[in-house]
Structure formats: structure tokens, C-alpha cells
Design a protein around this ligand. Structure first.
Ligand code: ARG
Length: 466
């Protein structure tokens, strides 16, 4: 057997793969990052092999010590990856066996098919937890900005047209709600990632009496009450990547939420809105126009959504029509998954730090929110309180708006006589509707942007996120 030949070709093959084949089939260039989880999985497997009498005490000790040393070398960047050995699993196993003869027993009752399924699950479990931390951090910044600007009002928009006044905090908390659902989805996904496939072998388990529960417990594949979580069908276990698809779908929706926040910030940073000022360090300049300060972080955050959604499409397409069970196609899952994790994490982190370095322009917000047309619906509600059916009130106020346009007077500058020229139901208190503070104080139902309700929501979120 030639030196360059991986163990997977031993015996059956006359030699190593052709150089271009090795280049085309290798995955070490990207799956090396599973090394820590590959080692953890091997340690647990070795422990179990000892319990069932395949490894002696000293063999398992030597294996664990060997894996530990290899892990330290990898962390220090001193380990030499060999692409002829295809992937992270064979690289580590080959080096272990070179150092520790008992390493040759480690692959007993294990295939790279269940090993790679295990590694991705272990890795993704950690990534989900750290991503959740990042999302919570972003939520905290949004709450903080809401608190700091608790009395700032802005127009709420539908169709990107001014609609009704809202507290800025209410707008920001809308994103906090979206991100909370993202967290819930990711946690739910985590419960399906957190199932141990080891023991499934290549496709059909093993004739050896493996203790799968033990491995699952050692690796933390347990539910909330500590019960080990095991895959229940070896064929499904080695070919299932649903958990990766689910994660990528959750990440895609998360990215879409981030893109919406990014879009709002981009608009707000423009001179037309002028609601925010992003600190210099978080903006970029133009190579031509000296006056420009561009919100590139937000734009990239918006743009990166494309690749996160694309990764989801790639994974779905990858799995479509695959025959049972493991097929090498599945190796293509990793880069899409890695890219998704890296992209959403970086995006969320940058959005949070940009927001930490963003100030709201109170004067511009006040100016925009004090447009009396924003309270046209309040004027209709006023008529409803006087007993008018809402459809009729809507029509009357529509006519009042038309009159204000015709007379070029803002709604709140119309006289009582002018209002009554449209409908006699208006009386002297009608103009009181345009008192913005009072108008906000009235919106106190759950979920509305009323003064008390928004303050309450800020307190609720502050508590929930600490
Ligand atoms: N590098 C492979 C992958 O990522 C590991 C599993 C290989 N299994 C096999 N039967 N060739 O999918």
C-alpha cells in the first residue's frame, strides 16, 4: 500500500487515488473545523468500546491522551493536514494510529457516515448556542435604544407612507419580537440537532453490543430531564440532514429580519429622514464624493441575506431525490452550513455594534411625528365616540383632509367652522384630538404604542433579557 493511500482504500485498492480525484473529493480543506467535535466523539466512542471489552483500560487511556495531544497541536496550528487522507475524520484517526497502535481499534463499529453525522450535530449544537447569545445581544441593544429615547415619537409607516405616530421604542421592539421568534425557532431546531446518531455505523448499525445510551450521555445528547436522545433508525440517521436544513431555514428567516432592520436604518440615515446618525467608525466614505457617509454595514447586512437564503436552497436541492442512505453528495452540506453560521453571526454582531454607535436625531423625529395628518384616524375615532358609524366617519375625515389640502392648512389649523362645514357632528373639543401626547396616552391596549403600554413593554423586555 502506498503511503498516500487512506485507510478507506486499504486492501481492496491497488493504490491511492489519482491526484485530480483526490483534489475533487477531499473535504479536509473545509471540514477541518470539525476537529474538536470529531475528537470529542472519538473519546466517547473509545470510552464505550472499553465498557464493552473492545479496548483495555490502558488502550483507552492511550487513545484519549493521543487525541488530546493531537487536539492541542491543531489548536496551536501545528498539525499537518493531509489532503490525501480526504477528511478530518481520517486525518485525525491516521495520525492517532501512527502514534498509538490501539488507534487502529477506534473505528470498531463506526463508519465515517455516522461519525460525520455526529460531528455536524455536535458542532451545530455549539453554534446554535453561541448564535442565540448574539441574537440576545442585538435584542438588548434595541431595548437600550428604546429606553434611551423613550419619549421620542416617529411616524409609523405603511406602504412607506406616513401612517400613525408611534414611539420609536415601539418600532424597535417590533424587531425584538421578531428576533425572539428566531430564538424560539433555533431552540426548537436544537432539540432535533441534539440526537445522537453514533452506533448507526455505515447504514446498518453493528453486530457488537454497543452502548449507545452511554455515548449519548457522555456527549450531552440528553433531553431536559437527562434522558439520552438516540436516533431510532440507522438508515435515517446516516442520511438525515433535516436538522441542517432546519437550521438554515431558521437562519434565513433571521437574516431576512436583519435585512428589514437594515433597510429601516438605511432609510433613517438618509437626509430625507435624518432620524439617525451612525458613528463615523461604522460608516464608509465614497472614493469620489467627499461629502458621502454611507451605511455600508447595514447594506451588507441586507445583501448577505441573499447568500443565507441561497445556502438554504442549495441544501434543499442537495437532498432532493437522494436514494437511501449516505451518498457522497452529503459532503456538500458542510460549506453551506458553515457559511450560513459565519454569515449570520458576523452580520448580527456588526449590526449590534453599529446600533451601539448610533444616535437618534430627536428634532428630526419630533418634526416628522408632529405632522397632524398622522392623527386623521384619531379624528375619525372622535366621531365614532359621538355615535357616528366608522365608515361614515372615515368618509367625513377624508373630506376634512381634502379641505385641508385645498386650503393649504394643516389639519390642526382648520377652524371649528371649517370642520363643521364638512359635518355638524364636530364640536369644540374636536381640535383637542391633535394633542399628540394625549393621543399617545389613549393607545393603551396590549400591543399598541400607547405611552403606558410601551413603557411596560420596555420593562418586560429589559427583565426578560437580563
Ligand atoms: N467527508 C465525508 C462527508 O463529509 C465523510 C463521510 C464519508 N463517507 C464515505 N462513505 N465516503 O460526507
Amino acid at each position: 500500500m502506498k503511503n498516500n493511500s487512506p485507510v478507506s482504500r486499504s486492501g481492496r485498492f491497488a493504490g491511492g487515488p489519482a491526484a485530480d480525484v483526490a483534489r475533487f473529493t477531499e473535504s479536509i480543506s473545509f471540514d477541518w473545523r470539525l476537529w474538536r467535535h470529531d475528537i470529542l466523539g472519538s473519546m466517547a466512542h473509545a470510552e464505550m468500546l472499553h465498557k464493552i471489552g473492545v479496548l483495555t483500560k490502558s488502550e483507552v487511556r492511550a487513545i484519549v491522551r493521543g487525541l488530546d495531544a493531537i487536539g492541542r497541536e491543531i489548536r496551536a496550528g501545528k498539525f499537518k493536514w493531509n489532503s490525501a487522507l480526504e477528511d478530518v475524520h481520517m486525518n485525525i484517526e491516521a495520525e492517532l494510529t501512527r502514534r498509538v497502535p490501539a488507534g487502529a481499534k477506534l473505528h470498531t463499529a463506526r463508519s465515517r457516515n455516522d461519525q460525520v453525522a455526529l460531528d455536524i450535530r455536535l458542532w451545530l449544537r455549539d453554534e446554535i448556542k453561541s448564535l442565540l447569545g448574539e441574537i440576545v445581544d442585538l435584542q438588548r441593544v434595541l431595548v437600550l435604544l428604546g429606553e434611551r429615547n423613550a419619549d421620542v415619537l416617529i411616524p409609523g409607516y405603511t406602504h412607506l407612507q406616513r401612517a400613525q405616530p408611534v414611539y420609536l421604542a415601539h418600532h424597535l421592539l417590533a424587531y425584538v419580537e421578531m428576533f425572539e421568534r428566531d430564538c424560539e425557532r433555533l431552540w426548537d431546531c436544537h432539540s432535533r440537532v441534539n440526537v445522537c446518531p453514533l452506533g448507526s455505523g455505515a447504514i446498518a448499525g453493528s453486530t457488537l453490543p454497543l452502548k449507545r445510551e452511554l455515548v449519548a450521555k457522555l456527549l450531552g445528547f440528553v433531553d431536559a430531564s437527562g434522558r439520552p436522545q438516540l436516533t431510532q433508525n440507522s438508515m435515517d440517521a446516516v442520511s438525515d440532514r433535516d436538522f441542517a436544513v432546519e437550521f438554515c431555514a431558521d437562519a434565513a428567516l433571521l437574516a431576512i429580519h436583519v435585512s428589514r432592520l437594515a433597510e429601516d436604518l438605511i432609510l433613517w440615515a438618509g437626509a430625507e429622514f435624518n432620524f439617525i446618525k451612525i458613528a463615523d467608525a461604522y460608516t464608509t466614505g465614497s472614493s469620489l464624493m467627499p461629502q458621502k457617509k454611507n451605511p455600508d454595514i447595514a447594506e451588507l447586512a441586507r445583501g448577505k441575506t441573499g447568500r443565507v437564503v441561497g445556502n438554504l436552497m442549495s441544501l434543499l436541492t442537495l437532498l432532493k431525490g437522494l436514494p437511501m442512505t449516505y451518498n457522497r453528495d452529503l459532503q456538500e452540506d458542510k460549506e453551506r452550513l458553515f457559511d450560513t453560521v459565519d454569515t449570520v453571526r458576523a452580520t448580527i454582531r456588526l449590526m449590534a455594534s453599529m446600533l451601539r454607535n448610533t444616535k437618534f436625531n430627536r428634532a428630526a423625529c419630533d418634526r416628522a411625528a408632529s405632522d397632524p395628518a398622522l392623527l386623521a384616524t384619531d379624528l375619525a375615532d372622535y366621531l365614532v365616540r359621538k355615535g357616528m358609524p366608522f365608515r361614515q366617519a372615515h368618509h367625513v375625515v377624508g373630506a376634512v383632509v381634502a379641505l385641508s389640502e385645498k386650503t393649504v392648512k394643516p389639519l390642526n389649523a382648520l377652524t371649528l367652522a371649517e370642520l363643521q362645514s364638512v359635518d355638524k357632528t364636530f364640536s369644540r373639543d374636536a381640535l383637542g384630538v391633535f394633542d399628540l401626547d394625549k393621543a399617545m396616552a389613549k393607545r393603551n391596549i396590549v400591543g399598541a404604542p400607547g405611552t403606558r403600554e410601551v413603557a411596560r413593554q420596555l420593562v418586560v423586555w429589559r427583565k426578560r433579557l437580563t
